[in-house]
Design a protein around this ligand. Structure first.
Ligand code: NOS
Ligand code: ZN
Length: 361
């Protein structure tokens, strides 16, 4: 049997590339902030609220899953709300053993109480910096970058891409599109991606989660994405014969050949119905075929999860050991929107020594 335990996995250095700021609030903070701004919530205790988010997100549909964000976005409309949520996010990730994270959110959803796009980003970055300082003050270590998301049903993607580039030297590492996938193909936002590419800037695209291969194809072939948010439906382009031999179609081959990172989010995929059960998740097939797989939380509040928990669920389903978890972590670090020398430094100085201790223990 596998010997890895959650407390051990929590101490392992972890890298998180796909985590939504508005999907990771502490339930108690949602209550506090709702109280302060007069927003009515579906539950009035932290436990009740945690259960409500988890159960409502457990809907089997991405669209219904996304409806729960109404209550987190509503309490993130002020400078104080944004800074607090961002600071606590960094503290929670550090407590979970995350050493590098890219946390995303959609600035255009935080303008309801008069903040400008620039102010929204400034407050979130301020929260990240104060979270990093708080962690450092207690002897911990974490670095958090920010990805700016544009909502795919809206029409502000070019503006958000420009915002991301404007803040590139102040903590914004890249750009993303999210929201309901069916009906809103990535090519709808081609000008934003072209703008990013022209600026030598990075982006990822939510694709191949609620919608299949055409969405991944557009993200890769037309938009030139650096990474795929989820990308889990790439499995539809892979045929596995009875003897276990896998045959890859053109798109799957391309994604693997180009080492396009897959930001896989196991629990979230089960909740939205992208996969039936965790044991059925193509994570292991993709890992065995040597796709560049990474482990991610997506929305810690809605999935009631952590990086440790996502890794433990994979360990339990597929029998992974430290060497596997180290590989997934290095995959993620290699795929980060951070200059190459800094990625290498984190791999050599933090990740490898961390796993060496665990492997040797
Ligand atoms: O898994 C997902 N797929 C698509 N969109 C998502 C997912 N998780 C969150 N969001 C959307 O991204 C916005 C900015 O963070 C959230 O408000 C939510 O609407
Ligand atoms: Zn996501």
């Amino acid at each position: 049997m596998n010997e890895l335990t959650a407390p051990q996995v929590r101490t392992a250095p972890k890298v998180l590339l796909h985590d939504h700021l508005d999907g990771g609030l502490r339930p108690a903070t949602v209550l506090d902030l709702a109280d302060a701004c007069g927003h009515t919530l579906p539950a009035d205790t932290a436990t009740g609220l945690a259960r409500w988010f988890r159960q409502s997100a457990d809907s089997g549909s991405l669209v219904r899953y996304l409806e729960t964000f109404e209550h987190t976005v509503a309490v993130m409309q002020t400078a104080d709300g944004l800074e607090r949520v961002a600071r606590e996010c960094v503290e929670d990730l550090a407590a979970d053993g995350v050493v590098y994270a890219e946390v995303r959110f959609a600035p255009e959803q935080h303008l309801e109480r008069g903040l400008t796009l620039d102010e929204v980003v400034e407050h979130v970055l301020e929260g990240f910096r104060s979270g990093e300082s708080a962690v450092a003050a207690t002897g911990g270590r974490i670095r958090v970058g920010c990805l700016l998301t544009a909502m795919r049903h809206a029409a502000r993607s070019r503006e958000i891409a420009e915002l991301a580039v404007r803040f590139r030297d102040r903590g914004v590492a890249g750009f993303d599109i999210a929201g309901a996938e069916a009906g809103y193909p990535p090519s709808r936002h081609l000008d934003a991606f072209e703008y990013m590419r022209a600026a030598n800037a990075h982006f990822t695209i939510h694709a191949g989660e609620a919608f299949g291969l055409p969405s991944i194809h557009e993200a890769v072939a037309f938009c030139g994405t650096d990474r795929l948010g989820h990308g889990v439906r790439i499995v539809d382009d892979i045929t596995v014969a009875d003897d276990g031999t896998a045959t890859l179609g053109l798109l799957a081959n391309y994604v693997r050949d180009k080492r396009i990172p897959l930001e896989l989010c196991p629990s979230s995929n089960v909740q939205t119905g992208a996969v039936a059960t965790l044991e059925d998740h193509p994570f292991d097939l993709l890992a065995r075929l040597r796709f560049r797989v990474t482990v991610n939380t997506d929305n810690r509040l809605m999935s009631d999860t952590t990086m440790t928990n996502e890794m433990m669920r994979l360990v339990e389903a597929f029998g992974y050991g430290w060497v596997d978890l180290e590989r997934f972590t290095i995959n993620a670090m290699k795929s980060a929107f951070l200059p190459f020398d800094q990625r290498l430094e984190l791999i050599d100085d933090v990740i490898k020594p961390g796993y060496a201790i665990l492997i040797g223990a």
